[in-house]
Design a protein around this ligand. Structure first.
Ligand code: HEC
Length: 148
């Protein structure tokens, strides 16, 4: 058998396996929905709903190591509510927040505000500075202090 024919045979076998695997993956949801297996649904809780905010504000509103994304947890509910209303109405602008909160009712924004106001997660760890000591001493501000 020439090398070329050997490779053709290997390719055929591999591609058949790939087709079988893909077919199985496509078929899996059908098995998962069989009546004998109870369907798993995520619980509809405030905690679950507020995961939409987690990438930017932390899982419990604790903030991130990026100062631009503010902590929400433990801030007064009245303050948070005002910010949420301002974002919804476009008086405070940050497009992702404006889109997320568009069309939400005052009642629901109040509920969100109370949810985060009641959370008390520890502060997120501050990002450590990547500047070395020698770099820091080259900063004009640091130089001013050093010369005093
Ligand atoms: C894509 C990132 C992102 C997502 C997702 C997001 N936020 Fe924000 N949020 C921000 C940023 C950035 C700010 C600060 C914007 C500014 O002032 O310029 C902010 C500000 C806020 C503020 C004002 C905080 C303060 O101290 O003034 C509240 C309240 C808030 N967000 C709530 C939420 C809630 C509730 C959700 C989920 C429904 C959410 N955010 C989803 C990025 C996000």
């Amino acid at each position: 058998m020439s090398t070329r024919r050997t490779w053709t045979a290997v390719y055929r076998r591999v591609s058949r396996d790939v087709v079988m695997t893909v077919a199985l993956i496509i078929a899996l949801p059908a098995f998962a929905q069989a009546p004998s297996t109870p369907t798993q649904r995520a619980p509809d809780t405030m905690e679950a709903r507020m995961l939409a905010c987690a990438p930017c504000h932390g899982k419990q509103g604790e903030g991130t190591d990026n100062d631009y994304f503010p902590r929400l947890a433990g801030k007064p509910a009245g303050y948070l509510k005002n910010q949420l209303v301002a974002f919804r109405d476009g008086r405070r602008r940050y497009p992702p927040m404006n889109y997320l909160l568009g069309y939400q009712s005052d009642t629901y924004l109040q509920k969100i505000a109370e949810y985060f106001a009641a959370l008390r997660p520890p502060a997120s760890a501050p990002a450590s500075s990547r500047a070395s000591r020698s770099e820091a001493s080259k900063s004009p501000v640091m130089a001013t202090f050093a010369s005093r």
